[in-house]
Design a protein around this ligand. Structure first.
Ligand code: NAG
Ligand code: NAG
Ligand code: NAG
Ligand code: NAG
Ligand code: NAG
Ligand code: NAG
Length: 181
């Protein structure tokens, strides 16, 4: 009898937690910076955020790659804001062409899963022409990593061959409020 009670309370708490977790999570873009370092290979036509609701911000990007890129490397790094952005946990270099064939990098896989349905970037190398992200917003349910509440920046620096071609640095806020009901 008593054990059953405890069991019920635990299940009740889990359910409540779960519901609150879904309700209270905020995961949205706060800033985006795209910069090409070689306008004769990569041109950004636009790269911007648009608030479409209290907790939803859309990211739209239109970039053109003027010549095919066969060898693309991404250097990804996460910073967490604590009186200025400080490097936080992740610093990874991914062979993007190998990644789109093999999905080999677990972190890139999470990032890719967040945006692939909003883009035309889901294919193998080479990459050429218009690269589009349309009305991309962040879905907390796709984020399988436990993130503490905070302001973050994910810096992605893109190399073709050995040379840096462009940066896409995106900032976002994550609020995991389990107490608010
Ligand atoms: C810039 O892009 C051009 C055109 O693709 C390329 O030939 C050149 O090597 C690139 N320069 C750098 C510094 O990456
Ligand atoms: C992206 O920009 C190019 C011109 O640079 C334009 O032709 C194309 O229609 C644009 N696509 C979108 C979805 O905005
Ligand atoms: C992406 O779209 C496909 C097909 O519409 C859907 O089955 C899938 O659940 C979507 N994935 C995400 C991560 O939203
Ligand atoms: C592109 O997306 C489709 C449908 O979501 C998926 O079946 C396919 O494996 C993806 N291709 C790559 C290269 O990720
Ligand atoms: C993107 O972030 C990196 C830090 O990893 C920084 O060095 C770089 O200057 C930033 N790029 C832009 C265009 O702000
Ligand atoms: C890509 O470029 C890097 C740097 O130039 C080089 O070390 C690497 O072998 C190249 N990879 C492929 C698949 O061409």
């Amino acid at each position: 009898m008593r054990c059953q009670m405890v069991f019920c309370v635990v299940i009740g708490l889990l359910l409540t937690f779960n519901i609150n977790f879904q309700d209270a999570v905020i995961f949205k873009f706060t800033n985006i910076v795209c910069e090409s370092y070689n306008q004769s290979w990569v041109v950004f036509r636009y790269c911007r955020l648009k608030a479409v609701g209290r907790d939803r911000v859309h990211l739209n990007v239109n970039a053109t790659i003027l010549y095919p890129a066969y060898n693309i490397t991404n250097h990804g790094k996460i910073f967490k804001r604590a009186s200025g952005y400080k490097p936080w946990i992740l610093d990874t270099t991914v062979d993007a062409c190998r990644f789109v064939r093999k999905n080999y990098d677990p972190f890139a896989k999470i990032v890719f899963s967040l945006f692939k349905n909003f883009s035309n970037i889901n294919h193998t190398c080479p990459f050429v022409g218009h690269q589009i992200l349309k009305d991309f917003y962040l879905k907390p349910e796709l984020l399988i990593l436990p993130f503490p509440t905070g302001d973050y920046m994910l810096s992605m620096r893109w190399y073709f061959g050995k040379r840096l071609q462009f940066d896409t640095n995106v900032s976002f806020v994550f609020v995991e409020d389990l107490i608010k009901s």
